[in-house]
Design a protein around this ligand. Structure first.
Ligand code: ZN
Length: 298
């Protein structure tokens, strides 16, 4: 082999190797570079997707807040609950069983002294004295549920009967006065021994219905069928009032109890002369006297 030919072969070899390098290795490097680029782009996309997701979530929360905030804002329900004066003794005169032939006379006396009281009414005389319900309310007194029929044997024979009588009077009073009455007094009080339904069942029900029931801790002694003098009613009432600071006085508004009407001016004058004492109508904020839960003596 000549020297020349050997050199040519050598050059050819180099050329082949160079070409191989250029055509094989370069694409490999290029491929690697492209792979790296794609990979990092994918990573970037992932990150962007994450960011976007976070942003969407934040916006969602913000939007939810914006929409729910007005509803969540504590609405200041300023129910007009009449506050009671801050006095040492509060006296609530209560009249059961009306209206009757005496209701207007009782209201006249209360108006004369500008004193407010409470009437736990029935519907037994509604035909004759139907106008009294409205007068009671219009003159600023409280009205409460006693019983529509006031027939113990009927109302206390079953819970259903009690409820029917109660609901009937509630609707009747709404119609007569426009008021949603929320106070009541059980016929015979919560400690009566007449009811064939356990009183706690009835109490639970009226409480669930949103009512507060009021018993009494002082009695004018006019509940008996026999005649009780005005002097006796006055004395019993004032004696009782002097013994308590939260005084719920039981009196009756029945046609035959004229001595109660007679005693009323004396009772009111005596109480108005007592120091640190107020005569008030019962409202939902009044502290009740409840025979069935005597835990505290006022
Ligand atoms: Zn009664």
């Amino acid at each position: 082999m000549s020297e020349d030919r050997r050199r040519r072969v050598q050059r050819l070899k180099k050329l082949i190797i160079f070409t191989l390098i250029v055509f094989l290795i370069l694409p490999l490097v290029l491929c690697g570079f492209l792979f790296y680029k794609v990979f990092s782009l994918e990573k970037q996309l992932d990150r962007m997707e994450q960011l976007l997701q976070t942003k969407i979530e934040t916006q969602k929360v913000e939007m939810a807040k914006a929409y729910t905030l007005p509803a969540e804002e504590p609405e200041e329900e300023e129910e007009e609950k009449p506050a009671e004066p801050d006095v040492g003794r509060k006296v609530y005169l209560t009249f059961d069983d009306g209206p009757s032939a005496n209701t207007n006379a009782i209201l006249d006396v209360l108006a004369q002294y500008n004193v407010k009281a409470t009437f736990f009414v029935t519907a037994t005389n509604a035909d004759a004295y139907g106008d009294c319900y409205k007068r009671i309310v219009e003159e600023g007194h409280s009205i409460g549920i006693h019983s529509y029929s006031h027939i113990y044997q009927e109302i206390y024979s079953s819970l259903e009967n009690y409820q029917a009588d109660f609901n009937r009077l509630q609707e009747f009073l709404k119609e007569k006065t426009g008021q949603d009455v929320k106070i009541c007094r059980f016929p015979g009080g919560s400690s009566n021994t007449v009811s064939r339904v356990p009183m706690n069942e009835i109490i639970d029900w009226v409480t669930e219905e949103g009512f507060v029931y009021y018993d009494w801790n002082v009695s004018g002694g006019d509940a008996d069928n026999s005649y009780v003098s005005a002097q006796k009613i006055y004395e019993s009432t004032i004696q009782g009032v002097s013994e308590h600071t939260n005084v719920h006085v039981l009196l009756h508004d029945s046609g035959n109890k004229t001595s109660t009407v007679e005693a009323l001016p004396l009772i009111i004058e005596e109480i108005l002369n007592m120091e640190d004492t107020a005569l008030l109508p019962i409202t939902e904020v009044s502290t009740p006297i409840q025979h069935s839960v005597i835990t505290k003596e006022y």
